[in-house]
Write a protein that binds this ligand. Sequence first.
Ligand SMILES: C[S@@+](CC[C@H](N)C(=O)[O-])C[C@H]1O[C@@H](n2cnc3c(N)ncnc32)[C@H](O)[C@@H]1O
Length: 381
Amino acid sequence: MSGAMARPAGLLDRVRDTYDRILASPRFRSLATRFPLTRPVARRRVRALFDLCAGFVYSQVLLACVRLRLFDILRDGPEEESRLAARLALPPESAARLFAAAASLGLLARRSGGRWGLGPLGAAMVDNLGVTAMVEHHALVYGDLADPVALLRRPRGGNHLSGYWPYAGTAAPAALRPDQVAAYTDLMAASQPIIAEEVLAAISLRPHRCLLDVGGGDGSFLRAAGTRHPHLRLMLFDLPAVAERARPRFAAAGMADRASLHGGDVTTDALPRGADILSLVRVIHDHDDDRVLAILRAARAALPPGGTLLLAEPMAATPGAEPIGEAYFGFYLLAMGTGRARTPAELSVLLRQAGFTAPRLRPTRTPLLVRVMTAEAVVNT
Ligand SMILES: C[S@@+](CC[C@H](N)C(=O)[O-])C[C@H]1O[C@@H](n2cnc3c(N)ncnc32)[C@H](O)[C@@H]1O
């Protein structure tokens, strides 16, 4: 039991307990499927439970499609089954099995004349480098989650994912070598365009002069912001080996004279000054509370009084996307070894502790992908 004394159950709790006991009864479940009025609900629950049991198989069907480049092949139009099987170098029977499985998941669709085309979800995968990279990356996650009870019981870290995100498990992240940061930086860059679109639609940078992106990776977010706001000066802070990866990319985008790059460890080194808005995009959820406070305090110190903090990441308890924050990020970050998805209320508490005021959640178009909060650096008294 936790330290808190258990409160006596209220009426609502007792009603819920009774409801749970009824649902847990095999006899009731059997009755519910037979009774016409309860049958639709019973069927939905059975389906939801089956999807939970089978989800890993569905993911592997998607992985097979991605590895075979099936969505790329079908982007130019439907193809006849045996020709498609030959292009994929699959035995005809296996190919038919894959196509039927993918169609049942909305990835492919049957067309006339024995042909297969893209389904609605397969069409959404075309040129979707971010999701494609994540599907491949999940092969690593899959390994770490193979024994979830062992994962929950063991000390944190020491998994494939903690090796993939080496800053999560080291006391000296600034010493990481270029070869240790390349894979994760590229993965983040692949999904950054969609994140940047959401964030830049949620908050206007027009009133600002200079944006400092902390944990800014290869600068993808800054370049998106700089393209949309040509007046904006750009500053990037990340681990030295990561910040260096941004240099040729800013040059290629013709933004080298607007951008400055700064390498260091945000938990121990001072951040450069001069920006009136500072962003933390998909950074805070990687860290435990003590490091989050160190990062936010460094951000506060770098901003002028009244300066804006922009915090963007997937958050816990997002209405309609609860499993993303609690289940997906909960277990992903457990395997990685640090961090957790936090609710806007939890983030607000940390922001205030670090010297920010007026934390505010800004609506995003797809909160499942990213939510945005802003706060103001307190005016020193
Ligand atoms: C999950 S990635 C997000 C990258 C980028 N903001 C994005 O959304 O694509 C987290 C970033 O924080 C950086 N980072 C982690 N620990 C850091 C530290 N102690 N000091 C500076 N940067 C750090 C990583 O190198 C990485 O680029």
